[in-house]
Ligand binder design. Structure first.
Ligand code: NDP
Length: 377
């Protein structure tokens, strides 16, 4: 602890992390663009308060498009309801807000009911969006959100995976109906495959024996082929829908792009065979932010219902939205695939903790080729 104490300047010099008072973190005090990020050493340490809490000393975190969006206020209406369901606290009680949705680190304290983890364990996790994030020295989660980090990865490498893994598995398994047992030779199309979710999804599907077609820019072809993609379509050269139309139809489409994709993607699915279009780009949180909780949820629900109904009745294909779902046991399975060499981390850029604003700038430039990681400790 002496190293941590020296670096953070914590006021209480003691051996137990739960007796420290403050920690180093990057926070925002209001929603906005790059200028709202602030470094502080005065954030109260999130100590163990409940029997199933696990307190983690963060070694590395990674950034995702969600961090950029949350920095601007995306999802605040719904997330604040989850943070404070009875609205007992004043508005803006989410501040100072810590971003960063995934971590790799070391357990430092556990609640009395935790049996699976102990101080000293190396773990990784994806953090629910309503909880304080990983751009901080410590994070406290429930044990169900935490998993043992793959032994074969460094903390930097490990931090690149949990959020995209939980998202991809939620989309492909829960919404797409795929799993290890039924994916062999299934034809899957991934749009926007060169980013965080795509580079993970290609590898997972190849580990499960699926046939994977992807769309990406021409300069990402080497990356996605190296990860196992069977067929690659460059969306920057000509009409991507026309090229995909000439291929055999698909069982599942995972859409990481949104925009007009669903207008042409539905006809690429095998009709009347249980084929599914799953998009990660849904208007739910945008609707609740702009229309309020009730109207926004109703509007989103109606949109989903109408699209699903139209597609199932006209061509027998399922239309679904998918969401990131933090889950420790799911990461256990991913950990085994990583240690078996079937899934590799794809770290495009790495920044020290002092350069979190630069890491956000990198993310803002777009054109991700895998993940941007921050070394916290
Ligand atoms: P990234 O930013 O890591 O990757 C996006 C990738 O798509 C980039 O490599 C980009 O490269 C490529 N791309 C952009 N436009 C196109 C296009 N028209 N066709 C093909 N490729 C394109 O994002 P993530 O992988 O982390 O996430 C993907 C999407 O899913 C994001 O919109 C994100 O917000 C959303 N998401 C939603 C979640 C949910 O819970 N609903 C959870 C996680 C992610 P280039 O521009 O160079 O081609």
């Amino acid at each position: 602890w002496s190293k941590t104490l020296a670096r953070t300047g914590c006021r209480n010099v003691c051996s137990s992390p739960s007796r420290l008072q403050s920690m180093s973190a990057w926070v925002i005090d209001q929603y906005g663009s790059s200028g709202v990020l602030r470094h502080t050493e005065e954030i109260p340490i999130p100590t163990v308060n409940f029997a199933h809490d696990v307190m983690i000393n963060v070694s590395a975190a990674s950034l995702n498009p969600l961090d950029l969006n949350m920095r601007g206020g995306y999802g605040a209406t719904l997330l604040n309801l989850r943070r404070d369901p009875l609205s007992l606290v004043n508005s803006f009680s989410e501040f100072p807000l810590i971003l960063g949705r995934d971590l790799s680190g070391v357990v430092v304290d556990c609640g009395s009911g935790v049996t699976h983890f102990a101080p000293g364990d190396e773990v990784w996790a994806a953090i629910p969006p309503w909880k304080q994030g990983s751009l901080a020295e410590y994070v406290t989660l429930t044990e169900y959100e935490v998993s043992y980090k793959p032994e074969s990865l460094s903390h930097i490498e490990a931090a690149s995976i949990p959020y995209v893994a939980n998202t991809a598995l939620s989309a492909l398994v829960n919404a797409g109906g795929l799993c290890r047992e039924n994916s062999f030779n299934k034809r899957v199309l991934i749009t926007g495959a060169s980013g965080g979710v795509g580079t993970f999804s290609i590898q997972l599907l190849k580990a499960w024996g699926a046939h994977v077609t992807v769309t990406c820019s021409q300069n990402a072809e080497g990356l996605v082929r190296g990860l196992g993609a069977d067929e690659v379509v460059d969306y920057t050269a000509g009409d991507v829908a026309e090229k995909l139309d000439m291929m055999e139809r698909f069982d599942v489409i995972l859409d990481n792009v949104g925009e007009d994709t669903e207008e042409w993607a539905m006809r690429l699915l095998k009709p009347w065979s249980g084929a599914k279009y799953v998009t990660l780009v849904s208007p739910l949180l945008l609707n609740t932010d702009s229309m309020g909780l009730l109207d926004g949820s109703l509007h989103a629900g109606l949109t989903l219902h109408n699209k699903a109904f139209q597609n199932i009745t006209s061509s027998g294909v399922f239309y679904r939205w998918a969401f990131y779902a933090p889950d420790g046991p799911t990461l256990d399975e991913v950990s085994r695939l990583v240690d078996a060499g079937k899934i590799l981390p794809v770290v495009e850029a790495q920044f020290p903790f002092s350069q979190v604003p630069q890491a956000f700038q990198k993310l803002e430039q777009g054109h991700a080729r895998g993940k941007t990681v921050v070394e916290v400790a």
